[in-house]
Each structure stands twice: as C-alpha cells, then as structure tokens.
Design a protein around this ligand. Sequence first.
Ligand code: GLA
Length: 752
Amino acid sequence: MSITEQKLTKEYSRYMWQTDSDVPFTEEMILFTLNAKNTTYALAALSDGHLAHAYYGKHIEDDDISYLLRLGEAPYTATVNIRDKGTVMDTQLFEYPCHGIGDYREPCFMIMDEDGMSSCDLKYKSHKIYKGKPKLVQPDMVTLPATFANEDEAETLEITLLDSHSGIEAVLIYTAFNDLDVITRSVHLKNTGSRRVNIRRVLSACVDFDSDKYDFITLNGSWARERVMERSPLHHGKQGIDSVKGESSHQNNPFAALVSHNADEDSGEAYGFNLVYSGNFFAQAEVTQHKKTRFVMGINHFDFNWLLEPGEEFAAPEVVMVYSSEGIGAMSRTFHDLYREHLIRGEYKDKRRPILINNWEATYFNFDTDKLIAIAKQASELGIEMLVMDDGWFGHRDSDNSSLGDWFVYEKKIKGGLKYLVDEVNKLGMKFGIWFEPEMISPDSELYKKHPEWAIQVRGMEMTQSREQYVLDYSNKEVRDYIYGLMRNILDSANIEYIKWDMNRQLTEVGSTSLPAERQRELWHRYVLGVYDVMDRLTTDYPHILLENCSGGGARFDAGMLYYSPQIWTSDDTDAIERLKIQHGTSICYPPSAMGAHVSDCPNHTVGRTTPFSTRGNVAMVGTFGYELDVTRIPEADRNMIPSQIEQFKKSNPLVRTGDQYRIGNVFDDNMWDAWIFVAKDKSEAVFTFVQVLGRPNYNSRRIKLKGLDPDAKYLSSKTGEVHSGNVLMNAGIDISVHGDFASEVIYFTKQ
Ligand code: GLA
C-alpha cells in the first residue's frame, strides 16, 4: 500500500502562559502517509480541521510520526490555543494555506465573495484513497494535460476541504507513484454554496519545509537562450519566477527545485517541482520569520479571476513533485522516466522519430515547389526521412507581415498544389510535414477583414502588434472550430505526417469580445484551455501525425505541451555551443528525447559562430535530430558527412530515448567543455559525448570519469578497442584529447 491513513488520539500537556498552569488536551487527527518508491510524504488533518504538513523526503518507516507536527509546543496548537490562534496560523506548517485567517505567508487560495470579502478557511470534511490516478477535467471544456497511471502504478488520496462561509469545496488530489519518486498534486474546486464566488487565486501545491537550508534552482533565459540553469541559496523573504505572458515563456520555465547546499549531480537532496501547464504560472519559495521555507506553485494569480456560480467547478493544473536523495541527476532521470512513460502519448511515444529536414533556415520565406523538391531529392539520397515545409506556404505570405489565419495554400509558391508537392516528396521515399501557427491572426489577412472581433483585444484601445500579428481569442469556441476546420482541410488534402505548431507572440490587451465583463479575467486561462482543446481534437482525429510544438523557439517547452506533442522545438538558437547550455538546462526537467534539435548551417544564423559539422551533429543527436539547412548548397565535405551522422544517430537514439542520462560536464562551471553519457537501463551499453568549447595545447588531455555503468561489468570502448571494467571507467576515468575549438567526440561502450 503506498498510501495509508491512521486515526490517532494524542494526549498533550501544554504550558499555557495566560493561566500559568499545565493544561492537558486531546488532539484527534488523521495522519496520511504517502509512499512513492523511496519517498515519503506525510500530512495530518487536525481536530480543528486544518491540514498540517508533517514530512517530505527520503522514505521513512515509523508507526507514528505525528511528533513531527510539534502539537505539544506553544505556537503550534489551535485546538486549545484559541487566544493565540493567529500565532498558530502563522507558524504551523500547512498543506493548503488560505488567505485572511492569520497565515501571512504566501497563500494558495483566495476568494472574493458577493459581499466583497476575501477571507476563507478550508477545513477537512472527508477523504478517500483509491488505486490509479484520476483525470483532471474542467467541466464542459477540456481534460487538462496531466500524468497518467493505471491501478497497478499509483495510488491516490483525495481530501475534501470545505470553507463553510462561502460554500467552496476544494478537493486536494495527491497521487503517489509506486515505482518512481513522484507525487503529483492538483486541486478541484466546487461551489456548493448558494452565492457566486470569485476565485482570485487557486495554486496547485504548497510544501512547507522545516528548514531554509536550500538552494533554489530555476531555468531562465530569453529568446535563443532558453532554460539556462540558475542556482542561488535561499534568503529571507520571497524569491520566485513566473510568467504573465500567456504562455510558459522564454524567460522563466514552470520548473523550480529546492536542493540542499551540498547537492550536486550525484549526491545531496533535491526536490523538483514542475507545473503541467502552458500559460501564466507562479512558483515561489519564501523563507519565513522562523527560517522555514514555504514553496508554492500553480496558475499565476496575477490578473486572474474565475467566477464560480453555485454548482460550478474548476480544475487547477497538476504539479509534479520529484524527490531525490541522490542528487540533481537522479531527480532529472525521474522526471525523464515519468514524462516518457506517463505523460507523452501517441504513436511516437516509444518510437524513433523520422530524421527531418526543415526549410526555415534554408530558405526562410523564399521558396517554392521546385526548391522544396530539390532539397527533398538531395536529402532523400543522404538518408533523411522527412521534409518539413515551414512558414510561408499559405495566404499570400512572403514575409512575416501577413496571412496568419488564412490557411489556404499559396498557389504562387506551391505551384501545382499541396497534394502534388507532398506526392512528389513521398515518391522520393520521404514523409512530409507542415508548419501552422493556429493561434494567430495577421492584420493583413482575409480572416481579420471578416472577423476583427476574433482577435484578443480591449475594445477602444490600440492593439499592440508583435511580429506584426495579433492573437486569436481561443476562449471562443467559434474561433477554434473555424481554425481547426481550415487545418483539417489542409490535413485531409494530402498525406501530411507531421505538424509543427508554432506560437510567435505573447498576449497583450487581454480581453475577449465574447466573454461577459465578470468573466474577462478568465481569459488568460480559458485561452490555454482553448489551445488544449484544439490540440486534443487534432491528436485524436489524426493519431498518425507527429506533432511538434514550438513557440518563437522554445517558449513553450513545458509538460502541458508534452502531453500532446512528444517533441518540442527547444530553441531557435541552433549553434552547437549555445545548445550545450540550453539542452543542459532543459534536461534538468525534460527528457532529451523530446528536445527538437537540428544541424544547421554556419556561420550560425543566430550567433554567427562557425563550428565543425561533426560537433553540430553530435550535439543535435541528443535530441530528436534533423537538419535545418539548404542541403543543396552546403559544402560538399559537410554533405558527405550526413549519411554517417544518420547512421550514428540511429545507433545512439535508442539509448537517448530509453536509457538514463548522466550529465558529466557542465559549461556553466567550466566554460571549456561539456560531457554526458546515456546508459541503457540494463547497463549493457552506453554512448558518451564530449564537446570542447575552446581548444587547449596538445598533450593536455582531460581525464573524465564516466557515470552510470555497472562497476562489475567489462566494457569495450569503440574508440580504443580496449576493455575495462565499469569500476575503472567510473573511478579512474578515460582520457579525452580532442584538437581545436568546438571539437567533439562520441564513444560507445559495450558490455562484454
Ligand atoms: C518561429 C520558429 C522558427 C520558425 C519561424 C517561422 O520563430 O521558432 O523555427 O518556424 O517561427 O516563422
């Protein structure tokens, strides 16, 4: 059993300073203990109805850990300490703190009722424990993306809380995975009262840690340098990350970790949190007056409001919590396993993805049927398996200033029509993929002429353009139906086997012409739910199509998107050296097998750097792999390298997709090199990659210790032909001596 409940009756004798006497009292509580693989999480429903947090960390076994609640100590007990309840509320470690009742730390929940009141007090009402994991459903709209598990894989605890004043019921949903160090959390609200309630804030998880001795890790950046890892010790007050842009964003990713000060890749404690959501999010660690840490995460409450009429419900997205007692590397591997097995779905879940060639960096908008066929012809001869036609094939789009929303083939460019082009590409033995930006509308479009009210806007205000485009109001089903209908026409007109779904601007003037005033602040979230709805329809109606998400590069690399698309474009920055940081940071939470990664031309279009073709391949091979260059025009020596690169990719990809990743080097610590190894789950083989940033003088090799091998097994090195034990390779290491700036090397190790 991974979840247990214990009814405990505890006698405490407590010193009451107001009466100067010992006052014994009885506390009746239900202690819930959740065990996930090597993790224990414990909480208690106390006599006064509040949910107190008891423990989160390495697996512990004890009959009774209620002493961790410290109920016999002065500030912690509300049952008899009515006189000082305020102190209790601001001191106790809680599971789901509300606003307005004396807890001045960051709350998870806040309302506004018809009287304009914002205080509420959610108290224990009932609970149930069952096998498996529920779906998170927003009634009448959509099932939210979330991890899934069957009855043998996980167990769920649902605790129903009630705020008797407003009638709001909140069901806290905890799922513990049997074979992974994962506990997921979410919240489902229902208005059981007779009056309307505005939900001002509904975060999905809170963990009150009993210490402040942690470092805070986040993944931050900008366009072309997404998810670069940052780490800093916690300090008094609030430190956090968020998005207010309508998507998860280039700037901050909805991931955060608290790790012990001594944690590194291989040792120390790490608590990772990831919100399965693609819109505005909020994650914050707060060091309190008593040097404890409150961590909270959920939908951003900034500019958010959700009206719950009597009887209405609201589903908050899921927070995935991963615990590791063996460092940051083990935390990442747990996220990777979870997402590969329990989040990513569809036909390509366990399959190698086709090696693609995308024409964006090859041609930008300057292409036609002949050009695409020429690229495809050359690519097919080299072993590339799919041509992806990027932006510019629809409306009258010759640059980024028009036609979004007009998903009709631009016959001037696509001469002979789409079917002809796709058939020709298929005849070459290649699949065909296509680019869409379904959430957008150009001011210069047929659609905007017909339906200017379909753009997100505040009536009477100037609309802010970004990349000369506006955002469609995806809260409006009519808009979604229309766009999806156009997409279907295209998809049904030819043999399309891949879609790149792009999203190239953030939201401004967030208002909807179709929502009533009291529901306008719901638009941020309704927009995201609308996107999920169309993605859900698309993946259900076209299960054979491989969907890749993208947002101006990597602004939507989040777990919500992974539920629909098994791969996501990681960054518009395809430079192999910049990618070391971006892919390192992304792999902290997300599986490398989901990272869109391409070999592009040099000098690199984003940073102007020239790197060896082999290194560009070795770095892209850790992701989904493909090419983004004009293969008819690159240097012959590079072109000639493509078949062997493809062969190498096919060899290493099973390890990247199903094996364990160990990060060995770190460009953040030492700007001179990076290295990683992917090891098969049964430890039978491994692929090791080393990338040197700047060259060093000859005879100056680096000794690098491998990781993750079986210490007792013998491994053959593809480089030296020598056989050494895993023990030697991991403790003594191997010598790496590559020559030149940006040089790299890949070595396979096979168990003998
Ligand atoms: C975004 C994507 C690119 C490309 C362009 C097309 O920037 O990240 O890969 O598809 O849009 O406009």
